[in-house]
Design a protein around this ligand. Structure first.
Ligand SMILES: [Zn+2]
Length: 271
């Protein structure tokens, strides 16, 4: 029987058999593991805090035939604000589902663990946690090699830095003179501000990832884009946010953006 000491985030926590609990733990070196918190009064009281959903803790585990059992743990950060707010809880649950799906199918990656840490921390504190969850999952797609192309036309490679007409089938935008190549495909219009925000999310260092200002209109476009990109790349529908809001249907390209948007299309860097 091996003993393992590791930091981990609780991605899911549910009852199992006779008052045990099973946890899905995201670890830096082992990836996503399932660990059992054994029942029993002493264990339950001692391990209560480290079996809470979204808690970040250091665990002492035993491993027998790749089954992990929790022996001890101490909380590093409990993120209580998440369980006290419906938006934060839905945001964290959505992001945790996507991160868990990726971690379950990939080799352990420390970068994924770090991205989750920054994202959860921001979900716990930001004014718009649901938007943070969406941007976090979009960055996750970038981290596993599914970056949208946002800076040049998929047909002629000409550089694009204004508003974009984005084609999901091609994974990138068409320039004005190649629009005919879309062949009737529905394109998603992105304002210059939304495209700029999405580029920031794809490439910013983690410490600055969530340091941006964006108008509600820019956020709405970026949110719709992220949801669709994540669902297409993961080949799965994610439904945990649908109770909170509804994204409008994707519309055919329109000539120009509403004038009031243009004033807010800037994306400024850290405060
Ligand atoms: Zn082109």
């Amino acid at each position: 029987m091996n003993r393992v000491v590791t930091k981990a985030f609780v991605m899911n926590s549910f009852p199992w058999k006779d008052r045990h609990r099973l946890l899905h733990l995201l670890t830096p070196d082992l990836g996503l593991i399932t660990a059992m918190a054994p029942a029993g009064e002493s264990f339950r009281s001692r391990l209560r805090a480290v079996t809470q959903l979204f808690c970040y803790a250091e665990y002492t585990l035993t491993c027998k035939q790749s089954r992990y059992s929790i022996q001890d743990g101490s909380v590093i950060e409990s993120f209580v604000s998440i369980s006290q707010d419906l938006d934060r809880l839905a945001a964290a649950s959505h992001a945790a589902e996507v991160f868990s799906d990726v971690a379950r199918n990939d080799e352990p990656q420390r970068s994924l663990f770090e991205l989750w840490g920054y994202t959860l921390n921001e979900i716990a504190e930001a004014g718009d946690p649901v938007f943070i969850a969406r941007m976090g999952t979009l960055r996750l797609m970038e981290a596993i090699g599914f970056s949208p192309r946002l800076d040049s036309c998929v047909i002629c490679n000409s550089r694009l830095d204004g508003p974009l007409q984005f084609c999901f089938r091609e994974g990138g935008p068409f320039c004005g003179k190649d629009l005919a190549a879309a062949g009737g495909e529905t394109l998603m219009p992105l304002s210059a501000g939304a495209a700029s925000l999405l580029r920031h999310i794809a490439s910013a260092p983690l410490k600055r990832l969530y340091r941006f200002h964006a108008s509600p209109a820019v956020r709405q476009q970026a949110a719709c884009f992220a949801d669709r990109w994540v669902e297409e790349k993961m080949e799965k529908g994610y439904r945990r946010l649908t109770l909170l809001d509804q994204c409008p249907d994707f519309v055919l390209p329109v000539a120009g953006m509403p004038p009031e948007e243009e004033n807010h299309d800037d994306l400024s860097q850290p405060v």
